[in-house]
Design a protein around this ligand. Structure first.
Ligand SMILES: [Cu+2]
Length: 375
């Protein structure tokens, strides 16, 4: 209650002060001294308009420059360079328009401030002027739309045939990537096949699955097209590769894709930035839960030859989990024999066979323990 009374009292005092001021002005008008007073205040105000403009532009420039260290890093992909150019072209035109219109806005009050012998010029309309300030911005805006549309369709066009296919899967809270292996074809997957071991839900009824590998780093070749096949297991995540200007949501049940061409290897970027520790990274840019911050994944861009070497050095997921594939996922025996025989322990044949006589209560741990005992 007290605070209400205080507020009302302040309002009353302010209105009384305003009325006293008004009475002062009106008295001056009556005495013919009005114009003189207006002249002084007006000149100061009109000058302040210039000050506000100059200080404002300076502050605008300084804040822009101080924020420049947070701008996106140098683009390391072919389309990244073009989208950066698109951004800066639009930014420059808009900045120029902003400065021009605001210069006029602030300089006119100064130029046309009150002067005793000045008389306002009556200028009701000028159709040509209106046409100019409508048509020119319309042409510029249409140019932006056409330019942006052209870039957008180039980026979102289907990936070229020779692209390196890499699957990126987001889950709470990590990224995982899968490569198609020697056959260049990613094996099928199904969400019902996901378990603690088979995090991708790889379907081993598909022979293309057997050479897929799941590395701990996302490697890409320089100068080649890379097509990311993106999906999510639980909630919406978002693939963000800031250096490559790639950002695409990972949506459960709705695969998305993004293709691009890396142009700078990790080694070259380390040299350019003068930072021997530099690494590209894949981050999640969708707030997807408590561990969102932890969704970072190491990205490496290699020279094409090194990339091929790295690919060859990778072990297939099936070979690393041969017993699991043989026993757990109902993979056809003929495929297991064809692709996994060499990776199964010598006694594993009996393990595979023993599955047929396994009681439902026995899991593979019990089976392998029996195998160990029998050895
Ligand atoms: Cu996420």
């Amino acid at each position: 209650m007290t605070s209400v009374i205080i507020i009302v009292a302040i309002a009353l005092i302010l209105s009384i002060l305003y009325l006293i001021f008004r009475i002062g002005v009106l008295t001056n008008v009556m005495n013919g001294r009005y114009q003189k007073i207006v002249g002084i205040g007006n000149t100061i105000n009109s000058f302040l308009f210039i000050v506000v403009f100059v200080v404002g532009v300076l502050a605008f420039y300084l804040s822009f420059m101080s924020a420049s260290k947070y701008f996106l890093p140098e683009a390391a992909s072919a389309h990244g360079v073009r989208t950066d150019l698109l951004f800066w072209v639009i930014m420059s035109v808009l900045t120029l328009a902003f400065l021009l219109t605001h210069a006029v806005l602030y300089f006119f009050p100064f130029m046309y401030r009150f002067k005793e012998d000045n008389k306002a010029y009556f200028y009701p309309e000028n159709h040509n002027l209106e046409r100019i300030w409508t048509i020119i911005p319309a042409i510029i805006m249409a140019g932006f739309v056409v330019y942006g549309y052209k870039e957008w369709t180039a980026i979102t066009a289907p990936a070229p045939q020779d692209s390196e296919i890499i699957e990126v899967m987001g889950k709470q809270f990590a990224w995982q990537v899968r490569y198609p292996g020697a056959d260049g074809k990613l094996g099928k997957h199904h969400y019902r096949k996901i378990d603690a071991v088979n995090e991708f839900g790889i379907d081993f009824n598909d022979s293309a699955s057997y050479d897929d590998f799941v590395p701990m780093e996302l490697h890409m070749p320089k100068g080649k097209n890379v097509s990311l096949q993106i999906r999510a297991r639980d909630v919406i995540h978002s693939v963000f590769l800031p250096h490559f200007r790639v950002k695409m949501d990972a949506v459960p049940g709705m695969p998305t894709t993004f293709w691009f061409t890396p142009t700078i290897t990790t080694a070259e970027m380390r040299e350019k930035t003068g930072n021997p520790e530099f690494n590209y990274e894949l981050a999640c840019t969708e707030v997807c839960g408590r561990g969102h911050y932890a969704m970072r994944f190491l990205v490496v861009v290699d020279e094409p030859a090194d990339y091929e070497k790295w690919k060859k050095s990778q072990k297939t997921w099936a070979s690393l989990n041969a017993e699991y594939v043989a026993n757990k996922v109902n993979a056809p025996k003929v495929l297991v024999d064809k692709y996994l025989k060499e990776f199964l322990p010598t006694t594993a044949q009996s393990v595979t066979d023993s599955t047929s006589i396994m009681t439902p209560s026995m899991d593979s741990t019990t089976v392998s323990m029996n195998v160990v005992k029998g050895m």
